[in-house]
Design a protein around this ligand. Structure first.
Ligand code: ADP
Ligand code: ASP
Ligand code: MG
Length: 400
């Protein structure tokens, strides 16, 4: 018995039958004597549909209005789930983000949680209510609604678990846990029993959508142990924690991220301070740069190539064209980043070459490489990305 936070993603509450299924999971947990706080996302593709509706009217709509719109998706889910729980005969109350005390900064569309005022949550729990909270949203200092960025409900759940010092935080989704690759794309992907926060953070950041990376960052910071599990199949999932048992695997997973643009600045004057000028300009406009490659200077010129998110590609080109002359700037959005992640690779020198060999054998050209202690990423042609993931996965994860 204890306090349990359970989060259900969009597919887990997609229709009436799924909402009733969630209501049963929640009430079963409550019946065992636990206090339960439930965090839900918008139903199915609701968030995408709302974005599409906005785009039909004004593709450049103010971000404040976008948040006002998108927050509606989660409002629908909490009330429907509360009705479902009520129909099973249990005491329940639904709360929007602001009612649950979520205070955020004012970066509409990707707001950060500043704090959670837990009074209302605690009061409802004390009344033995099951509390259903809208994920993905909060309120800023101007009393305006904000949203936390795509996939943000995971972060809402972890934040509540941290604020209330919950005994458990369970992230229910449409797969049975965290796998060595997206199980919907890679046939032989294996479910992991355990994974460390650091490895999960890399996987999430590099494209494994199953957990939002900010949620993992927050779970690590506050020591919230997470379980990722299926809302449709009641079997144990994957535990995300500080120290995880290795399962005789050199790597934990392979990911793909197609949200990449490759910007090349060619024949740039090779003068001191030029890299500083370029990247400080980009950072002043909040453009996050990922991988950077600079060529050796020749004949007084050099090339600098870097990656940014897809929508920032053209923005970066426009900015740089305004400040650099005598060079050529091109942006390629038909690229993808494929990565391997695992703490084990630190002590295994052959890891990178094994990855490159797998790509070579599949005739896939590597355009850029970036490494850290626990990951190796390559930039390749977008159209080869799925093949690359399959080939690299096959090279590292034994088939059984
Ligand atoms: P939810 O709506 O529950 O938040 P998401 O769609 O955000 O669910 O995340 C679950 C999806 O993440 C799965 O359906 C799966 O296709 C995808 N996914 C990508 N990489 C992985 C991975 N390594 N392990 C598990 N799922 C993954
Ligand atoms: N509904 C939001 C989204 O689709 C938040 C979430 O699902 O976590 O991104
Ligand atoms: Mg999600």
């Amino acid at each position: 018995m204890g306090l349990i936070v359970q989060k259900f993603g969009g597919s887990s509450v997609a229709d009436a039958e799924r909402v009733m299924n969630v209501a049963r999971i929640v009430t079963d947990t409550y019946k065992q004597g636990n206090d339960v706080v439930v965090v839900v996302s918008a139903q199915g593709d609701t968030t995408d549909d709302l974005i599409e509706k906005a785009n039909e009217i004004n593709p450049k709509a103010a971000k404040r209005e976008m948040d006002q719109l998108l927050a509606a998706g989660e409002q629908i889910s909490i009330s429907l789930l509360a009705m479902a729980i009520e129909s099973l005969g249990y005491p329940v109350i639904s709360l929007l983000g602001w009612q649950a005390g979520f205070n955020t900064n004012s970066i509409y569309g990707s707001a950060r949680i500043k704090n959670i005022k837990p009074n209302r949550l605690q009061a409802e729990i004390a009344k033995r209510n099951i509390v259903v909270v809208a994920g993905f949203q909060g309120i800023n200092r101007y009393d305006d609604l904000t949203t936390l960025g795509r996939g943000g409900s995971d972060t809402s759940a972890v934040a509540i678990a941290a604020a209330l010092k919950a005994d458990k935080c369970q992230i229910f989704t449409d797969v049975e846990g965290v796998y060595t690759a997206d199980p919907r794309k890679v046939e032989n992907a294996k479910k992991l029993k355990e994974i460390t926060y650091d490895e999960m953070l890399e996987l999430a950041t590099l494209g494994a959508q199953v957990l939002n990376n900010r949620s993992v960052e927050m779970a690590k910071k506050y020591g919230v142990e997470l379980e990722v599990l299926s809302s449709l199949n009641p079997i144990p999932g994957t535990i995300v924690k500080e120290v995880a048992k290795m399962e005789k695997m050199l790597i934990r997973g392979v990911t793909k991220d197609k949200d990449v643009a490759l910007v090349s600045i060619l024949n740039l004057q090779d003068t001191p301070g030029i890299a500083f000028k370029i990247f400080s300009k980009l950072s002043s406009k909040n453009i996050n740069v990922d991988i950077i490659l600079q060529s050796f200077g020749r004949d007084g010129t050099k090339d600098i190539v870097f990656t940014v998110s897809k929508d920032n590609g053209p923005v970066a080109v426009e900015l740089l064209e305004g400040m650099l002359d005598d060079c050529k700037i091109v942006c390629n959005t038909e690229v993808a980043k494929v990565s391997i992640v695992g703490a084990g690779m630190e002590s295994h020198p052959g890891t990178a070459s094994k990855m490159f060999e797998a790509l070579y054998e599949s005739n896939i050209n590597i355009q850029m490489i970036s490494t850290s202690e626990i990951k190796i990423s390559v930039i390749i042609d977008a159209e080869s990305a799925d093949r690359a993931v399959a080939a690299v996965h096959k090279a590292f994860i034994p088939n059984d």
